[in-house]
Design a binder for this molecule. Sequence first.
Ligand code: NOJ
Length: 578
Amino acid sequence: MRPHGLEQNQPSERSRSFGQRTRVVGMSNSSSHPLRPADWWQDAVIYQVYPRSFADSNGTGLGDLKGIQGHLGDLKSLGVDAVWLSPFYPSPQNDAGYDVSDYTDVDPSFGVLADAEKLIFSAHELGLRIIVDLVPNHSSSEHRWFQEALASTPGSNARARYIFRDGLGEDGDIPPNNWESVFGGPAWTRITQADGSPGQWYLHLFDSSQPDFDWTNQEVWEHFDGVLRFWLDRGVDGFRVDVAHSLMKEPGLPDLSDAQLADRSPGAAKPFWDQDAVHDVYRHWSGILAEYGEDRILCAEAWVWPLERMARYVRPGEMHQAFNFAYLSAPWQPEALRDVIDESLKAFGDAGAPSTWVLSNHDVVRHTSRLALADQESIVPGGLGPNSPERPDPALATRRGRAATALMLALPGSAYLYQGEELGLPEVIDIPDALREDPTFHRTNGERYGRDGCRVPIPWVKDAPAFGFSPSRETWLPQPEVFGELARDQQEGDPSSTLELYKTLLQLRKEHALGTGQLSWQESADPQALRFQNGNVTVLCNFGNHPVALPDGKIIASSIWPAPSELAPDHTVWIKGH
Ligand code: NOJ
């Protein structure tokens, strides 16, 4: 199919070299291009790079784009298909880059625009796709538009790009409604006018430095059309859309009920989550992506329950993927996992989309640590710290983390990995309060530790400054000693290592086409174990505390190395045949 619309939207001079790719991949089969055809995302394994913490090329203690460039080969040899980059745009970094002050440039601490262009180009040469983060719900308060809004009067066009309202009460000193910020505290902040007097309030579902856009305003739509085109012109393969379920608010901005106020779980029904009108945005964006061929994708970060509602984001003509947070949130129990797998395959399948499995990202306690806790649910929004009620046992954590990954990577669909999980990195618990940066920690006065523990710079080389993360000793968050043992150079080539386990699983997943396979459950020898078949691979996972007999057949992957002759507790194996 000819990508329509290219005539109206000629690629810029700079992007012409990528323009050829746009034409070739859109028409897929005759391509001599190293990238696979249009439906690559159906079964892709996508690796999340969190630029601050991946690799620092210049010794500032903060990762950067050149650092990522230097390790693209390592991602290729890991065996992933694509890389998702968390935000690297200009930002005051009040929310680690999810507070964007300019959507079409690179923050000087991460590099320059040419570095991003080079990274996209080099990744493509290696056959890796690149997905970038798009943050459409809010900008930084340092964004030019918000600064204009502050300098303008109530009712002005500049204010209308955000959600400004008068306060309640005689002096307007009561917030317009009772909504609370996801990071804690009120979701409204009152501005001070040029003459020093208090003015209107603006809405921020996250930090006060992240004002929400008003998506009923046409100018906001046009701005983001331009942002999409800017990065598509530079060859990106898609966008991970931040809080995709929050752009539209219920008209009238009604107060939350007491029950809604009390429910802090992600995905709880609230008048700012999952409003039907939000889908108009994604139908519109899908049209823009189609102008660039059939292989560009949108992935929704939408904490929406139940799965049927989440699957609405991936209906035909909308997005391609949505992170399966129901799966991520499931406890380490056979019934719970079997149910969520069945529900996911049904809900996404009914929408005509693959499920997108995920266990870890930059917002949740790393799964290696999380799954070893008795209370695996309440820590998702809360985080882990020195005074948390429990601390995971390291050996159990490693065993479960590996077993969980081996289970996930055998499932049909696409999967997301978060940097460092291939090294078996645990959540870092003992970060001193003074060094914590997550606004969640500060806005709740330390009541919630937040997400710093999964964001610590990752280790590459045991005997190098900052374990090879940075040429200096600087790291923006301190690395624990254990990161030395877990550094990539210690694991490379060691068949017992988590890194080699990931490589094996990814290679076998491809060889056996598990991503495009069909799952069928089989009766297992023990109720504490799950057993399923995908193509010619049988997968068994033991959640209990006693060993279970293994069926005959050749073990091709085992989360415990060397593979014992039985299915041990917290152990997953892949067996060839059935
Ligand atoms: C979701 C992102 O993943 C998270 O890191 C961020 O704080 C919020 N959205 C706000 O942008």
